[in-house]
Design a protein. Structure first.
Length: 328
């Protein structure tokens, strides 16, 4: 039998955590033959709620779940971690400026980066879900100097999946018929979902749909503002779809992208497509043998260039702000 994989989840008692943990324990994160040990991190006030979730996980009698430990201190929580899902974050509250938000999250992601640096397993893979996800990932990464930089990623897979769903609906096809969707930039309202390189049944998606007015005034804003629309309809922010995307992100990273396809992940830039080196920005990536690689050589027209630049500029501003705060 295989040794269990240690999966650390922060914000485990939250909404996303509640949807996420059951899918991890059932084998959907890493594979149906991979046993997992869960390590849950919460703030002290939420430990009791995390214990309740752990009781439910126990009651689900998942054959692959070999243990659950709960912590309110990041150092033991990340000890031996092979996969870390950083979900807990400080949400923006009314009247809060961006600087305050970044500072509050620095107080969370800096010690978590340090704890990952101190004790995570050599093969640690980190996915940041908690917002502002890209910059939170940068803070954690910069505080984990002994961990290879490329192990820190942030989630744009939900945006990617939302883009697939919107395009499938427009084209009257199944999401399974669409390949090579791309989300560029920041996981924020400035993100740019790019259909110019996407394919439907092997043909160029934009040419197939052939509707620029839909692209500019419907598709792009619908994908970028979907989170707000869910809150409006559900009375709570998206949780199960976010958890599902987190599962997809890690599963793809570990098990690879399909031949002839790619996915979207926010990863440290190597300068590709003019994105300043080091920014954690979303790109089209392929995955193989547990490693990601940015897809090279795509042609970027002026329309796409302007949108990618706007989102990347926002990331650079966030980086400058956390630099000023001494967080990176
Ligand atoms: P959720 O579980 O709903 O959300 C958690 C984080 O995911 C938020 O930052 C949220 O950002 C983000 N997120 C990213 N993408 C999405 C998406 N598509 N839809 C919704 N959210 C998304 O929050 P809860 O308040 O229910 O739970 C958070 C938990 O984290 C609490 O239990 C809290 O105690 C815990 N926490 C733990 C910490 C730790 O372990 N050290 C630190 C801080 C909090 P956004 O707010 O922008 O929606």
């Amino acid at each position: 039998t295989r040794t269990p994989v240690n999966v650390t989840v922060t914000g485990a008692a939250g909404q996303i955590g509640y949807a996420l943990l059951f899918r991890i324990a059932s084998g959907q994160l890493l594979g149906a033959d991979v046993p997992v040990r869960l390590r849950l991190l919460e703030i002290p006030q939420a430990v009791k709620a995390a214990e309740g979730t752990a009781m439910e996980l126990e009651d689900a009698a998942f054959p692959l779940l070999t243990g659950i430990d709960i912590f309110d201190d990041p150092t033991p929580a990340f000890d031996g971690a092979n996969v870390a899902l950083l979900v807990g974050a400080r949400p923006r509250t009314k009247g809060m400026e961006r600087g305050d938000l970044l500072e509050a999250n620095g107080g969370i992601f800096k010690p978590q980066g340090q704890a990952i640096n101190a004790g995570a397993a050599d093969d640690i893979k980190v996915l940041v879900v908690g917002n502002p996800a890209n910059t939170n990932a940068l803070i954690a990464q910069q505080n984990a100097p002994d961990v290879p930089a490329e192990r820190f990623t942030a989630m744009t897979r939900l945006d990617h999946n939302r883009a697939l769903a919107q395009l499938a609906k427009k084209a009257g096809v199944s999401v399974a018929d669409i390949k090579k969707m791309t989300i560029w930039g920041n996981h924020s309202a400035t993100q740019y979902p790019d259909v110019f390189h996407a394919e439907i049944g092997g043909k160029n998606a934009f040419e197939t749909v052939n509707d620029r007015e839909w692209l500019e005034n419907d598709f792009i804003p619908t994908v970028a503002k979907r989170g707000a629309a869910i809150i409006e309809a559900r009375g709570a922010s998206s949780a199960a779809s976010a958890a599902s995307a987190a599962i997809d992100h890690v599963y793809t990273w570990v098990n690879g992208t399909a031949e002839g396809d790619w996915t979207s992940m926010a990863v440290p830039s190597d300068g590709s497509y003019g994105v300043p080196e080091g920014l954690i920005s979303s790109f089209p990536v392929t995955c193989k043998d547990g490693r990601w690689e940015i897809v090279q050589g795509l042609e970027i027209d002026d329309f796409s260039r302007a949108r990618i630049d706007a989102s990347v500029n926002e990331l650079a501003e966030e980086r400058d702000a956390v630099r000023k705060l001494g967080l990176v």
